[in-house]
Design a protein around this ligand. Structure first.
Ligand SMILES: [Zn+2]
Length: 453
């Protein structure tokens, strides 16, 4: 057992001072004691934010898609570039890129990641000798960095609504239901008991599965683990909504909610385009809306109807998705700013007059993210994982500030990052802003990037 001390800590029932946190050998918090005799120790502790949506390999192409294409430049032209880039990522490349990314995530205030993983096979679609080769590389990178991972192997079977054929660029992603369930089963048994690893499933999108296939894998995956998280890309692009309407007469969120028991195990990533009925129904379902503000802005997706969704009690969390930004505070800031710009109002996503917008947002992202990743996390409380981010109270951004003011300053007004230490499952993985292996991990990353770019 170990004991941590903090000058201030954001606990389940609010801020407390001079806090001791006892962490058991299993990485869970055993007890939390405020007002101890140890004064002014160790910074401002907040729960680590779970990053609910990442495609690790896309970190390698961050910054390389910011030149306009010849005609209309959209998500769909970006996807072409992404496919070409993905074709060059092998096991070694994936592991090096993911390790660098996960160190960056820890430094950015994330303590766990939902890795939505679809690079299953070798270029051209040839299976690796071990079906779980690429999954193993991603999980290995997470272990090396020390971040908790909910690994979400993707089921990708079709190239468009109505069981359209896939194209050659998608060959690396394709699995039958049988192969997919066998991979999930191997991963669940292979990593059973590993404290920082959880396995879920990710039917890629309604474009990539059929109703019967989705039913089959949901039943199969539930038989392996009845509480496994289920993530799906749902309505990122207006074209996706239009195509779904043309195919089925229904919008994507409505189509899914009408046919499947979508509940608290589910995370609907990019629930960007919803009408009022869908917004109310998703909020009521108990599922988490997975919002990736920077990537959605980068790709020109659109804005999630956040205020209406929150007014109906909907759960949400944030993800870094394409990993052009890997920073929890920046992600939350852009989320709020998008809403301010579209509504021409300030403090849109707070809890009403006088409340801190950063705090309201932070609480939701911590809780919703943990739910989406199937982790006992998102709170500094007995029984929860000791996933804790410690802010440097002496950082200029936080000077003179405490509690919600410090949180607002981190999210809205930090030049540089005040993240000082990060604990994952009670283990200190970032100390004084640095990761013990960051030089070696960055070296491996630079070597791989020279080959890739
Ligand atoms: Zn995605």
């Amino acid at each position: 057992m170990s004991q941590l001390y903090f000058k201030q800590a954001l606990l389940a029932d609010g801020w407390a001072s001079d806090v001791a946190v006892d962490v058991a050998g299993d990485g869970l918090i055993q007890s939390v004691t405020p007002n101890t005799a140890i004064k002014n120790a160790g910074g401002i502790a907040v729960p680590g934010i779970p990053n609910l949506h990442s495609h690790a390999f896309q970190r390698a192409m961050a910054g390389l898609t910011e030149r306009a294409g010849p005609a209309d430049d959209t998500f769909w032209t970006w996807r072409e570039i992404m496919y070409r880039f993905a074709a060059r990522i092998g096991p070694e490349e994936l592991e090096a890129v993911a390790a660098q990314l996960y160190v960056e995530m820890l430094k950015g205030g994330y303590t766990s990641v939902g890795e939505f993983h679809y690079l299953h096979h070798a270029p051209g679609g040839v299976p690796y000798a071990q079906a779980g080769e690429m999954s193993g590389r991603v999980i290995g990178a997470a272990q090396r960095a020390g971040i908790a991972i909910t690994h979400l192997p993707v089921l990708y079977r079709y190239g468009g609504f109505g069981e359209a054929p896939t194209n050659k660029d998608q060959a690396r992603f394709i699995c039958s239901a049988e192969d997919f369930l066998s991979l999930v089963s191997d991963l669940v048994s292979g990593y059973a008991g590993a404290p920082n690893i959880r396995i879920g499933i990710a039917p890629h999108s309604l474009r990539a599965v059929s109703e019967s296939l989705l039913s089959e894998v949901l039943a199969g995956a539930s038989a392996i683990d009845g509480s496994a998280p289920v993530h799906i890309h749902i309505a990122e692009q207006q074209k996706e909504v239009d195509d779904c309407l043309a195919w089925s007469g229904a919008r994507p969120v409505a189509w899914l909610l009408d046919r499947f028991e979508v509940g608290t195990r589910w995370c609907l990533v990019h629930a960007t385009h919803m009408d009022d009925g869908e917004t109310a129904a998703l909020a009521k379902s108990g599922a988490v809306a997975g919002i990736c503000p920077t990537t959605e802005a980068n790709l020109g997706d659109g804005l999630f109807p956040a205020r209406a969704y929150l007014d109906r009690g909907g759960a949400l969390g944030v993800g870094s998705d394409s990993n052009v930004t890997v920073n929890a505070a920046e992600e939350l800031r852009l989320f709020e700013y998008g809403q301010r710009l579209s509504r021409k109002e300030r403090n849109v996503l707070g809890e009403g007059p006088g409340s801190s917008t950063g705090r309201a947002f932070f609480d939701r992202a911590a809780k919703g993210g943990a739910q989406a990743l199937g982790l006992k996390a998102g709170a500094i409380a007995p029984g929860a994982r000791a996933d804790i981010v410690v802010l440097d109270a002496d950082h200029p951004a936080l000077a003179g500030k405490e509690g919600d003011d410090a949180l607002d300053a981190w999210i809205f007004a930090s030049m540089g990052s005040p993240v000082r230490d990060v604990y994952v499952g009670g283990r200190k993985v970032i100390s004084e802003g640095a990761h013990a292996e960051e030089e070696k991990i960055a070296q491996d990353f630079r070597k791989v990037m020279k080959r890739l770019v």
